[in-house]
Design a binder for this molecule. Structure first.
Ligand SMILES: Cc1ncc(CO)c(N)n1
Length: 252
């Protein structure tokens, strides 16, 4: 039994200020087999993404994300918390290498893990946190915001499930949402803090990476039974809600 439906998001039932609404119950969304017969773009990843509205659009058009693109966002709290997100995200990428159902699917995860997250992105974090004057303690073990705790719990649930479809769903949300806001950047911001963060999440290579994650969901999702498809939908929606909440948290 998968326990990610309920997770720590504070006594008020919010994550980063985004209320959970009763009408968000997954039963309201049609099954993939039904939805597919009338959808304009009838792929599994689009079934998931459209079920995650309005949080999806709220995340990719979030004022904090727009402020990163515009070079004005105060990155300090956001990057301190995100470094802790990335720690768990990296472990989840390792789970994807382990859980993928074939060699050719393991390769992009391994490549992204080794060449991007643990290399380019790690370097960015080290330079950025140093430039922001973040001390060693806040770099390695800061006080976690509630939304960071919730997001890490969700990723840990997916990782320990060792279920490829669930691991994939969470990874795909994180990367697709980031491609969404970063691609809206009109002109590169001047300072490296904002500019490199946009560059890490946009451009042809990152688009191909998100394209791979979507294609994997489109490949394995339709073959699942209806109950398993619903479990993917539930974790996908929770991840999108947390992406929105993470930007709310960053805004303060
Ligand atoms: C919260 C969050 N979501 C997604 C990404 C992109 O991996 C990130 N760095 N942080």
């Amino acid at each position: 039994m998968i326990g990610f439906v309920e997770f720590q998001d504070g006594a008020q039932g919010t994550a980063g200020g985004t209320p959970r609404r009763a009408e968000d119950g997954q039963a309201a969304w049609p099954a993939f087999a039904v939805w597919r017969s009338t959808a304009a773009d009838p792929v599994f990843s689009e079934w998931l993404r459209s079920a995650a509205e309005p949080d999806w659009t709220a995340a990719v058009t979030h004022p904090f994300a727009a402020a990163i693109s515009g070079g004005t966002a105060d990155m300090r709290r956001y990057l301190i918390q995100d470094f802790q997100f990335v720690d768990t995200f990296t472990a989840l990428l390792g789970a994807a290498v382990a859980a993928a159902d074939r060699f050719e699917a393991r390769v992009p995860f391994g490549r992204f893990l080794g060449q991007t997250v643990t290399d380019t992105e790690r370097g960015y974090f080290h330079r950025a946190l140093e430039a922001l004057g973040v001390d060693a303690a806040d770099m390695t073990s800061p006080e976690l915001e509630p939304v960071t705790v919730s997001f890490r719990s969700l990723m840990d649930e997916a990782r320990s499930s060792q279920d490829y479809s669930l691991v994939l769903a969470v990874l795909c949300v994180a990367e697709w949402v980031y491609l969404g806001w970063a691609s809206r950047t009109v002109s590169p911001p001047e300072g490296f803090l904002h500019r490199e963060w946009v560059e890490l999440h946009s451009g042809p290579e990152f688009e191909a990476w998100v394209g791979f994650l979507r294609a994997e969901l489109d490949r394995v999702g339709p073959a699942l039974g209806e109950a398993a498809q619903r479990r993917v939908l539930t974790i996908f929606r929770e991840a999108v809600r947390l992406e929105r909440g993470f930007f709310d948290m960053a805004e303060g």
